[in-house]
Each structure stands twice: as structure tokens, then as C-alpha cells.
Ligand binder design. Structure first.
Ligand SMILES: Cc1cc2nc3c(=O)[nH]c(=O)nc-3n(C[C@H](O)[C@H](O)[C@H](O)COP(=O)(O)OP(=O)(O)OC[C@H]3O[C@@H](n4cnc5c(N)ncnc54)[C@H](O)[C@@H]3O)c2cc1C
Length: 394
């Protein structure tokens, strides 16, 4: 096995030679080509088992990859959900056939996955979801609706959470399925956010047939599969390093203040110092979580601390940019790349406090599981889902 410092040197040289310049929008074909090159060079699935195409290396090698690649904006975003969440869940809970069918193409960048959990009436309380999967002769038939599904417009497969037994309490009547996003009856409609982009979608399922072998794990054990996936999501978020090109990080905001000639203003310096301090503390916290994860100690509820702090930092950066740049933070000339970057950062930042669990939900987790505060009352515990009046219950 290559020692870590040689690995770092070789990776650094490879990235210098192969990392493409960032493009203005998601280019799926280019992303697939780059992922294939990563795979061929041995940098895909670094910690994944070798029998599904991974490298079988320890988390310290993944750490080196995260460190070195944070210097670039690699076009691997379309694979984050598949490789960071769905794939590891299939690896943990899937059958041998599922692992060998789905994991290698995911690593080679041939197939993209999405996560189909949230619905119009089920986000924070996702266990109240209503998409139904009903047994059929040779599998299941799915009807329902999902929303906010990131990347569904270019996904080949999805990890779908559906209700399979409404007579059980809400958490114990769910099943996770692999769904072919190109199957008849699946309709994907992109939704625009206020940045003007369409990062997510609304999906409807109209009598979609799923084969019997599409269940991930056990029937009616979907909540366990969902918790497994959310655990992988936390590790993925916690181990992510911010790209050095973030338009709203301290370095970028200080450069903006300097260029606008306000960096000597004591009030601006005060705010810059606050931004620097909170960014640095979060970096150190995340570095610690990464090291502990590498040592086999999963972050658990502390993942919520990093998630919440990141969302609050993003909100602070938006405030500081607004104070420094005034209206110029929201309006820019067509050829002003920095203005466009700032505007994108500003309009995208509220999503950080919603996606992957809202700030309030993270505060609830931190309160209960880290600070030991009393649990929220749960009036529906043990009640069959059919008897609940939740969301858009029909
Ligand atoms: C950019 C983005 C990408 C996303 N991608 C995906 C995806 O790929 N797949 C997917 O399945 N979902 C995805 N989501 C959905 C996301 O998980 C949900 O939006 C989120 O969980 C919140 O659910 P909701 O929008 O239904 O809000 P609600 O749950 O209805 O919450 C509304 C408000 O009530 C508050 N609230 C709710 N419950 C509590 C409580 N118990 N205590 C205190 N306050 C509470 C919330 O904090 C929030 O302020 C994405 C969302 C965004 C913004």
C-alpha cells in the first residue's frame, strides 16, 4: 500500500494535470467523464470495498483526498448523493446482487442517484410520508409524490422511502426501495429556487412498478435504512472541505472590503473579525470530527453541531457582504463575475439552514442528545399511521 505522503504527492500531481476549470453550470457529460477518469486513476471509492470497484483504503486516505481536492472545484457534485449516501446504504444493507449491480457503475460515474424522502407534507417529520407501495404479483406498485429531490433531473436511480403498511405506527410501516427514475409512471419536474437555478425537483409516481428485488434491507424496516442513510449523510457533510473558491468565505469578503476601500473602517473590521473567528472555529471543529471519524468514532449527534454552525456562518457572511457592498451585493453587470458569484452565494445561502434538516431540527437534536434536555412530546408514538391526522393524510 502506498504510504500517505507518496499518496498525497501523486494525487496532487494528478489533480494538477486533470482537474478541469469550473464551468458556469452543471455539465452532466463532463462530470461523468471526470468521474470515469478519477475511477481509472484509482481515486474513486477510496474507502469502498474492492469487490465493488472501491480501493479498500482507510479513511486517512479519504482525508488526504478531501484536503487536496478542496483546492479545486471538482465537477463531482452530481455524484455526492449517490456516492455519499445511497451507495453506502446499499453497501451496508443491500443484497450481494444489489451491491454488484449498482455500486460499480456508481463509482465509475455511469449512473447518478437521488434521495427520495421529502414530500409536500413530510419534511422534518419525514416518517409521516404518504407515498404508498402496495404489493403486486411480481413486486410492488408505487403511487405518490416527492419534493425537493436534488438532482432527480439527471438521476438514473433513486433511494425511495414509501409506506408499505399504514396499519403500523408511522416509523415501522416504511420500506426503502431502489427505483429506476426512467421507469414508466415516474415524472420529474424541475423546481427553481431564488437563485434562478433548479437544484431540485418535484416527482410524481403514477402506478410505477417495482420488481420484488428492489427492496433495500427488509420490508417495513425502511426507517432503519433511512437512519443508516442519514448517518452517512452526516459523515459526508462533516468530512467535506469548503472549496477555496467559496464567494462568501472570509478571504473573499475581506478582498471585497479592500477593493471597495472600506477595509480600514473599524465597524467593517469588527464584522470581518467575527466572520474570521466563526469560520476558523468551524474549520477546527470539522477537522476534529474528520479525524475522529477516521479513527472509527462516528460523529453521531455532533454532526448536527457542524451542520448548524455552517448554516449560521453562511447567514452571517450574507449579512456582512450586504453591509459592505450595499445594493451592489444584489445587482451586478453581465460581465461582473464576482458580482454574479456573490449573488449566487447570497441567494443560495438560506438552503443551508433547510436542506438535510433545518436549523430548528438540529437544535432539537443538540438539545436532546448532547445537552440532555427533555425529549419533545411525541403524541403519535405507537398509533397506527392510518389513524393519524398528519400533513396531507388522505
Ligand atoms: C436545497 C435543498 C435540497 C434538498 N434536497 C433533498 C433531497 O435530495 N431529498 C429529499 O428527500 N429532501 C430534500 N430536501 C428537503 C429537506 O430535507 C426538507 O426541506 C427539510 O427537511 C425541511 O422540511 P420541510 O421543507 O417540509 O419543512 P417543515 O418540516 O414543514 O418545516 C417548516 C418549519 O417548521 C420548523 N419545524 C418543523 N418541525 C419542527 C420541530 N419539531 N421543532 C421545531 N421546529 C420545527 C422547521 O424548522 C421549519 O422552519 C432539500 C431541501 C433543500 C432546501
Amino acid at each position: 500500500m502506498t504510504d500517505l505522503s507518496t499518496y498525497r504527492e501523486e494525487l496532487r500531481a494528478w489533480l494538477r494535470a486533470h482537474a478541469p476549470a469550473p464551468g458556469p453550470a452543471t455539465d452532466v457529460a463532463a462530470a461523468k467523464a471526470f468521474q470515469a477518469a478519477l475511477f481509472d486513476a484509482g481515486y474513486a471509492g477510496i474507502t469502498w470495498p474492492t469487490d465493488v470497484g472501491g480501493q479498500g483504503l482507510g479513511p486517512e486516505y479519504q482525508q488526504v483526498f478531501s484536503d487536496e481536492s478542496s483546492e479545486y472545484e471538482l465537477p463531482t457534485g452530481v455524484f455526492t448523493i449517490g456516492q455519499g449516501m445511497c451507495g453506502p446504504t446499499v453497501n451496508d444493507l443491500g443484497t450481494t446482487e444489489q451491491r454488484t449491480r449498482y455500486l460499480p457503475p456508481l463509482l465509475r460515474g455511469e449512473e447518478i442517484w437521488c434521495q427520495l424522502f421529502s414530500e409536500p407534507g413530510a419534511g422534518s417529520d419525514v416518517a409521516s410520508l404518504q407515498t404508498r407501495a402496495v404489493p403486486a404479483d411480481d413486486g410492488w406498485v408505487v403511487d405518490g409524490q416527492k419534493v425537493w429531490t436534488t438532482g432527480a433531473q439527471w438521476s438514473d436511480y433513486g433511494a425511495l422511502l414509501a409506506r408499505t403498511d399504514p396499519d403500523r405506527p408511522k416509523h415501522s410501516g416504511l420500506t426503502m426501495f431502489i427505483i429506476d427514475m426512467h421507469a414508466p409512471g415516474v415524472t420529474v419536474r424541475p423546481l427553481k429556487d431564488m437563485s434562478g437555478r433548479s437544484p431540485f425537483n418535484e416527482i410524481t409516481f403514477d402506478s410505477v412498478h417495482l420488481p420484488a428485488d428492489s427492496v433495500i434491507g427488509e420490508v417495513n424496516a425502511g426507517w432503519h435504512a433511512a437512519v443508516t442513510m442519514l448517518g452517512h449523510e452526516r459523515v459526508t457533510i462533516g468530512s467535506r472541505r469548503t472549496a477555496k473558491t467559496n464567494p462568501l468565505d472570509f478571504a473573499a469578503v475581506r478582498a471585497l472590503a479592500r477593493d471597495l476601500g472600506v477595509d480600514a473602517d473599524p465597524a467593517v473590521r469588527d464584522r470581518l473579525a467575527e466572520l474570521y473567528t466563526r469560520e476558523r472555529v468551524l474549520e477546527l471543529f470539522n477537522a476534529r470530527v474528520r479525524q475522529e471519524t477516521a479513527a472509527g468514532n462516528a460523529p453521531g449527534a455532533r454532526g448536527s453541531v457542524g451542520k448548524l454552525a455552517g448554516a449560521l456562518l453562511s447567514r452571517l457572511a450574507v449579512e456582512v457582504v450586504g453591509e459592505i457592498a450595499g445594493p451592489a451585493a444584489a445587482g451586478w453587470e453581465a460581465d461582473d463575475e464576482r458580482g454574479a458569484g456573490l449573488a449566487l452565494g447570497i441567494t443560495s445561502s438560506p438552503a443551508a439552514g433547510i436542506a438535510g434538516g433545518t436549523n430548528e431540527i438540529q437544535r432539537g437534536i443538540i438539545g436532546e442528545r448532547i445537552l440532555g434536555l427533555p425529549k419533545e412530546p411525541s403524541v403519535d408514538r405507537g398509533v397506527p399511521f392510518r389513524e393519524l391526522r398528519v400533513g396531507t393524510q388522505r
